[in-house]
Ligand binder design. Structure first.
Ligand SMILES: Cc1cc2nc3c(=O)[nH]c(=O)nc-3n(C[C@H](O)[C@H](O)[C@H](O)COP(=O)(O)OP(=O)(O)OC[C@H]3O[C@@H](n4cnc5c(N)ncnc54)[C@H](O)[C@@H]3O)c2cc1C
Ligand code: FES
Length: 250
């Protein structure tokens, strides 16, 4: 489960997002939509621990990760060069998305879209109808738009400032899609909370991929727990990262 992989590409896209591609036949073969990986970003203990990233795409033996540079770990990752190696643990996560239903609306906020893209390809391979909704604060932060275009998916863009796509919040899209559309979402917690609140009114079935901060990534440290309505706790890394929205408190 712990692999040393060779970097094939690691390049800046736009906003604060980078695209990392590495070779790993085993991870490429065994990763499913919703799975994530724990990547060691430094050879030393600074920063401690590994960082979690969604498996965004798989092409042959290549695994693709889209990541935002937000702190020391991701800064170090962005400095890695082609041909260098990385230690990668995974694929992780037992609770994955639901493939039930014919119509799927996949809603991603910022780099959260990376948590949905491989799942979207799986749904398409199963002949399901898939529409992506991709929101960000402004045009430059829609860094994965190229992936959606290249893959030929139908998609709707939103930006907070209206610099591209529709101006406003992704929640507005719900009124355009009937309850037969299953919704899967990944992104900032505020967006997930808003979607949960809205779908409680509209009656859409909603699945959320959570990105709590993680230390171990495999169920041991309890650093990533979320509360459930019954008062118990679930580990996002182990029982998740995907949960039915009414099964967790955000
Ligand atoms: C299951 C899972 C999948 C993820 N997938 C992706 C992905 O595909 N692409 C991607 O860019 N990021 C993803 N993340 C988030 C990513 O793990 C963090 O951004 C990364 O660990 C930050 O490391 P750092 O050392 O650069 O930042 P740190 O120095 O650790 O933190 C910098 C800042 O970011 C905040 N931060 C760190 N981690 C998180 C988090 N999980 N949620 C909210 N704020 C955080 C900190 O509070 C701090 O303000 C995922 C997280 C999880 C748990
Ligand atoms: S990150 Fe350690 S239990 Fe989830």
């Amino acid at each position: 489960m712990d692999f040393e992989v060779e970097i094939k590409e690691n390049r800046y896209l736009s906003g604060r997002t980078w695209l990392l591609k590495f070779i790993s036949p085993q991870l490429a073969k065994n990763s499913k939509g919703g799975n994530f990986l724990m990547i060691k970003t430094s050879e030393s203990y600074d920063p401690m621990g590994r960082r979690a990233f969604a498996v965004a795409d798989v092409r042959g033996d290549e695994v693709w990760i889209y990541y935002d540079v937000v702190g020391r770990g991701t800064k170090l990752l962005s400095q890695k060069k082609i041909g260098e190696t990385l230690r990668v643990f995974g694929p992780l996560g037992k609770g994955l998305f639901s493939y039930e239903g014919k119509k799927h609306l996949l809603i991603g906020g910022g780099v959260g879209l990376a948590g949905l893209t491989l799942f979207g390809k799986e749904l398409r391979d199963m002949d399901k109808e898939v529409v992506f909704v991709y929101g960000a604060r402004s045009r430059e932060f829609l860094s994965m738009k190229g992936w959606l275009e290249e893959e030929g998916f139908d998609f709707i863009l939103f930006t907070d400032d209206g610099s591209e796509g529709r101006k406003g919040l992704v929640t507005e899209v719900l009124k355009d899609f009937g309850k037969e559309w299953k919704i899967s979402a990944c992104g900032p917690k505020a967006m997930l909370r808003a979607l949960k609140k809205e779908t409680e009114k509209t009656g859409h079935k909603l699945y959320l991929s959570l990105e709590e901060r993680m230390a171990c990534g495999w169920g041991v440290c309890l650093g990533c727990v979320v509360r459930t309505p019954s008062g118990s706790y679930k580990r996002v890394c182990y029982e998740g990262p995907v949960f039915e929205a009414n099964g967790v408190l955000l």
